[in-house]
Design a protein around this ligand. Structure first.
Ligand code: 2HA
Ligand code: ZN
Length: 274
């Protein structure tokens, strides 16, 4: 089968375009990666090259040895993914040490996988282990309302989680484990990858102060939906701050969250309800 006709590639392209249409991917902002299932690799095996040169990932992901990923390209625009997936995307294979990658498909006009490859792969490794193998998608975007809040709220997991839970009743059900916050750091390197993957051991969402957000999920729908839910909630909070300077006349109370958790069968850590 042609790579571009495979269902997982179609799903990836649709998600990238949905993110573009949301306004989360100015210029070359953001990146997306998918850990390809074994049977999906076999579907497109005929189109995968083994001639690519092995290159250093820049960090070590031994648990991902031999895995294949579909990723966006560095400097590529989400806006163009739907028009030219072979130029903007790549399938990469990880070597047996988890130290190097090689390009097996895509980036036909040259280029490299996403500049955030170390963060994506370290997050994949952590989430694959934490989820028992079910998480396959890591998504980084630049949604404006979440970024705006990082200039206003204290950069604490507890504050972001509680404030965003309060803004929409579905939030504690969609991200019951909460949200982690990474202080401002230089993007693209190993340090920010390590800081983010530490948080992803307990959360499916990490906010990068003054930069954007990382989400992890099982499939494209859940991961896009998670990004969308958090950003929608942030938009409501921005409106509340804009109208009132942050004073709420009423909101969802801790005991009401506990009630919700019981009925919707989720566990909400008490540290977010204190
Ligand atoms: O430009 O979003 O974090 C891609 C990015 C880097
Ligand atoms: Zn970014």
């Amino acid at each position: 089968m042609k790579v571009t006709e495979a269902k997982f590639v179609q799903g990836f392209i649709r998600m990238a375009n949905d993110g573009w249409e949301q306004g989360w991917h100015e210029r070359n902002g953001g990146n997306l990666s998918y850990r390809i299932k074994k049977e999906e690799v076999e579907e497109v095996r005929d189109e995968l090259s083994t001639e690519g040169e092995w290159k250093a990932i820049g960090t070590s992901v031994p648990k991902l040895a031999g895995e294949y990923f579909l990723v966006t390209g560095s400097g590529k625009y989400f806006r163009n993914v739907i028009l030219d997936p072979e130029d903007t995307l790549a399938i990469v294979e990880i070597d047996e040490a988890g130290e190097n990658y090689r390009i097996c498909w895509g980036l036909v006009n040259g280029g490299r996988p996403t500049s955030e490859l170390p963060s994506h792969l370290m997050n994949h490794e952590v989430k694959m282990i934490a989820s028992g193998g079910t998480h396959r998608v890591i998504y980084h975007a630049h949604p404006a309302n979440v970024i705006a809040l990082t200039f206003v709220l204290p950069l604490k997991d507890e504050t972001f989680t509680r404030e965003l839970w309060e803004m929409a009743t579905e939030c504690p059900v969609v991200f019951p484990d909460g949200i982690g916050v990474v202080p401002w750091m230089v993007p693209g390197g190993r340090d920010i990858a390590v800081a983010t993957s530490e948080l992803m051991k307990q959360y499916d969402v990490a906010i990068w102060a003054h930069h954007g957000m990382f989400c992890s999920g099982e499939d494209f729908d859940l991961t896009f939906g998670l990004m969308h839910t958090v950003e929608k909630s942030a938009e409501i909070l921005v409106k509340v701050y804009s109208m009132t300077g942050g004073t709420k006349r009423q909101t969802i109370q801790p005991d009401e969250f506990r009630h919700l958790a019981k009925d919707f069968k989720v566990t909400l850590p008490e540290k977010f309800l204190a």
